[in-house]
Write a protein that binds this ligand. Structure first.
Ligand code: KG4
Ligand code: ZN
Length: 437
């Protein structure tokens, strides 16, 4: 498309479209009342020069509501983030001692329209300018997924846009391709509040699952330990997620005050377990409460030491399983021999201590270690929009008919080859994880 055609066709179409969208989304009037200057810049940002002419960028709106964050973003095919907005429910759920699904659903309902409006407004675009709408439909909390899906389908139907259903964990895994130049295949460790997975990423929707948590996820365990330690009452941690509070407090603690063995030391596979560790920490807290003469619900003077040891033990467990996964991939020639890449993502990957432990593993196995910045590790709309762009470019899973689309609270990631990993029974050499908190 050349510049002339762009001007004669797209501009009037865009203006008409804006008027239509103002009528349809009456509550979104604010989006379209931006200054002419910012509209010009917004308009120009939607084009790139290709072969000497201006071509419109593909733009995807991503919507995320799988858990407790209502998030949206517009990303273009070059990976530029045009705008984003997020509403976190962390503070509310901290007060109720965990996520209460109907409360999460209600908060998503209250915020989704505003978040999408703010995103479009920050991007200086109208829904008509979008190439597609991408939304997390699996896995996640049923009530939360439902809000994002029904809102998205309304937009899809009103603006006649293609719909791209997104797998939340695939989106976490591919975020790194937005921030870094990473080719397939690469190994990914996904650690969050709901998941713990090791997978080989061979393509946009081509994953081999090497191992996963047999019980709870590391983020869930850290959240439970933080609650048991009543960190919400700690003046420095009262608004932090459990995992973040543990990381913050661990910096002031001494992990050498306790010795705790990492879980599953004799299982030569890439699976994980965190329930046992949680129980050991529970018992330790009970013991310390007795010793310090502190009531349950009060803050222990040894809370920082406990945070340090739980963080260290978690890091060692994650490091050992990841080390085995790298050795397995190398043995089976699944990673590029010239440039093997380990990616770590998900909310728990924003923990810098855990990152450094995994970096030690990557260095010892001659892998390049990559992590998205912390704010792209926790849930966000950018990763969903980017996954939409990846799918659009690959021509995968773009729907023009959304009649049969349903959300799926449970959904595996990729093809499970964990039995093959377990059968290989790879012994992992000892690695010293010596880090300052
Ligand atoms: O990926 P995410 O935002 O949501 C899920 O898909 O689960 O991850 C949230 C989890 C929570 O369990 C939270 O405690 C944990 O990530 N988390 C952390 C840190 N920041 C968030 N865990 C350890 N250290 C952190 N700095
Ligand atoms: Zn997540």
């Amino acid at each position: 498309m050349n510049l002339r055609i762009v001007h004669s066709v797209r501009v009037p179409a865009g203006i008409i479209c804006r008027v239509v969208s103002m009528l349809i989304l009456s509550k979104t009037a604010g989006i379209f009342s931006r200054s002419p200057k910012s509209n010009v810049y917004g308009f120009l940002r939607r084009f790139s020069v290709c072969h000497g002419t201006l071509c419109p960028h593909k733009l995807v709106l991503g919507i995320e509501t799988s858990c407790d964050d209502t998030a949206a973003a517009v990303v273009d095919e070059a990976g530029h983030v045009l705008g984003e907005a997020i509403h976190s429910q962390t503070e509310v759920h901290l007060k109720t001692g965990g996520i209460v699904p109907p409360v999460a659903q209600q908060l998503h309902r209250e915020n989704i329209q505003r978040i999408v409006e703010e995103t479009l407004s920050a991007s200086s675009i109208s829904p008509c300018d979008l190439s597609a709408i991408a939304t997390t439909i699996k896995p996640g909390l049923a009530l939360s997924l439902g809000v994002g899906l029904s809102f998205s389908l309304q937009l899809v139907n009103q603006f006649k846009k293609p719909f791209i259903p997104i797998h939340h964990m695939e989106a976490h895994a591919l975020t790194i391709r937005l921030t870094n130049k990473v080719e397939f295949p690469f190994l990914v460790l996904l650690i969050s509040g709901g998941h713990c997975l090791l997978a080989l990423v061979r393509g946009v929707s081509d994953f081999l699952l090497l191992g996963k948590s047999l019980d709870i996820a590391p983020g869930d365990m850290l959240d439970k330990v933080a609650r048991r330690l009543s960190l919400i009452k700690h003046p420095e941690c009262s608004t932090m997620s459990g995992g973040k509070a543990i990381e913050h407090l661990a910096k002031q603690g001494n992990r050498f005050h306790f010795t705790i063995n990492p879980p599953m030391q004799n299982a030569k596979n890439c699976d994980f377990s965190f329930t046992g560790l949680q129980h050991v920490i529970d018992k330790l807290i009970k013991h310390k409460e007795k010793e310090e003469g502190v009531e349950k619900g009060q803050i222990l003077s040894s809370a920082a030491d406990i945070a340090a040891v739980v963080q260290h033990t978690t890091a060692c467990h994650l490091a050992k399983r990841t080390h085995r996964a790298i050795l397995f991939c190398k043995q089976k020639n699944l990673l590029s021999p010239a440039n093997a890449v380990l990616v770590v993502s998900g909310g728990v990957a924003s923990n810098l201590y855990i990152r450094r432990a995994l970096e030690i593993v990557a260095n010892a196995t001659q892998c390049t270690f990559l992590c998205p910045p912390p704010r792209l590790c926790t849930d966000n709309g950018i990763m969903i929009a980017w996954n939409g762009i990846e799918r659009l470019r690959a021509g995968l899973g773009i729907l023009h008919d959304v009649k049969d689309i349903r959300y799926e609270p449970k959904c595996p990631l990729g093809v499970d080859i964990s039995k093959e990993v377990s059968d290989a029974a790879i012994k992992v050499p000892q690695l010293k994880i010596q880090l300052d908190s």
